[in-house]
Design a protein. Structure first.
Length: 190
């Protein structure tokens, strides 16, 4: 096995951890939800590690460009659906996050068709992912069925996640278009 495939292997592990997280989250009693949090945090760490390895060592592959975001989205959607289903957060929190994912997904397909390139995650996209992981982990960790914590804390955390997500969309599209338009202008000048 070549070392350059380690990031892809970590992405595949993250895909599998999505299913493990869901199973534990669904069937574990409230006092055992920490196991789901551990799986979730380990998945987040593999996301950071695979990105660092791929960029630092130039191990970026086309398979990795697909596997990494697929694993991210599966874990994020799984976690979000689980916390909504268990009523740890209100259902309407799904709307801005699903909108963000749809916009990013459609944009990726459009850009691929226009420029024949698969985009890689930028720092602000990774920052959003870290914020999302921290928010979801905090919501699960601080959930206590016998303790009515302030709903404003959950809403605040979720709103921060939504704002970070939309900021990532704007920055991604702006930098992507700026880079593509800049290349076209440079070609036209030559």
């Amino acid at each position: 096995m070549k070392a350059k495939y380690i990031p892809n292997i970590l992405s595949v592990l993250r895909l599998l951890m999505s299913f493990a997280f869901a199973a534990v989250f669904i069937w574990a009693p409230d006092e055992k939800l920490y196991i789901a949090v551990i799986i979730f945090v380990v998945a987040g760490i593999t996301d950071v590690v695979d990105g660092i390895l791929a960029r630092r060592n130039n191990w970026i592959t086309n398979a990795g460009k697909i596997l990494d975001p697929l694993a991210d989205k599966l874990m994020q959607c799984t976690a979000l659906i689980c916390v909504v289903a268990r009523r740890l957060v209100p259902w309407w929190i799904l709307i801005p996050i699903i909108l963000k994912e749809l916009i990013m997904g459609v944009g990726s397909v459009v850009f691929y068709r226009m420029f024949k390139q698969i985009g890689v995650a930028k720092n602000y996209g990774k920052a959003y992912t870290v914020i999302f992981y921290v928010v979801i982990a905090a919501i699960i960790v601080f959930y206590k069925p016998w303790f009515q914590y302030n709903e404003w804390a959950v809403y605040t955390l979720c709103i921060i996640t939504a704002i970070a997500g939309f900021a990532a969309i704007v920055l991604y599209y702006r930098s992507y278009l700026k880079g593509k338009l800049g290349k076209k202008n440079r070609k036209a000048e030559n």
